[in-house]
Design a protein around this ligand. Sequence first.
Ligand code: F6R
Length: 366
Amino acid sequence: EKGGYKHFMLKEIHEQPRAIADTIRGRVLPDASKVVYKELGISFEDLALTQRIYLVACGTSYHACLIGKYMIENMAETPVEVDIASEFRYRNVPFEEGSLFIAITQSGETADTLAALRFAKKSRVKTLAICNVVGSTASREADGVFYTHSGPEIGVASTKAFTCQIVALYLLTLAMAKAKRIFTADLYSGFLRHLIMLPRMAEEALKLEDKIMELAKEVYRKQNFLYLGRGPLYPVALEGALKLKEISYIHAEGYPAGEMKHGPIALVEEGFPVVFIVSDDLYFDKTLSNMQEIKARDGFIITISDSKDEKLKKLSDRFIYVEGINTYLNTVLFTIPLQLLAYHVAVLRGCDVDQPRNLAKSVTVE
Ligand code: F6R
């Protein structure tokens, strides 16, 4: 049942290329000219008329929402609010005309996410669920449903469901950008061609496993970790930290790298592990200077990057190169080594990876 893998989590990490391909299949024309709208669970007209989006979820699915915000605001030029479902449901949000509420939930059964969805429906806002489990409560109650096709996720820690949620958001963003006539046809099909490359590139990222295993052996006795990233890589930092803490019980925090000076840097002392998730983007130089500050305090810098910049490599104690595609899809590719790191650290610590203590796969109570 685990397909030769020691744990469901490891199997599910390795299933990502296929899960992503299944989520894309049937939704993009083979020549990359177009997203097939009717598969999105919402009409072309509704997408064109959407003025504001609310993305709401819990846990790992909330991290997907945060990535969605960067995608939708930048590519579809539509403002996005992101909230944790347990907060949103009690916030009495005054929805504006033209709002679209999107719940992201693997199980479709998370109590707080369902309550937030019901609140939106009661407020007569159009609702969409990005959901993995067919026929789940969220998929039945939302006006539209966009299924991720990850296949069943058994490991308590979400892996393939998360990366497929990012793919769903990317498809939705491109469809919206098209509906709003934001992109030229070339730009649009360029972004779709990138998406078609993603399963193969995810396969490449999985080949980092041996290197990650070596790294895990070096760090698995550490008691604290800090994960830092900026822009769309900030939620990736949050997700890397959550994966580590939930299955290895090591205290880990994710932070936007630019916030480091406002508090977390106080933690850094000799050997303190800091994982930088960094890309050659507008934040690059700023993140390098954050790294210098960690270095000056003898922190242990682990870098995950698609850049081969020499300064970056020199500042890093351990450097994991990941071949990238574009800013948005790199969130998927950079997540893979972080999942593997959490997994191998947890195994070395003798933890029950598939059934971490105190956690349930689907949180159906408030
Ligand atoms: C973390 C994890 C949880 C879930 C959260 C939401 O690895 O699995 O944080 O992401 O409980 O679950 P869904 O997506 O089913 O609503």
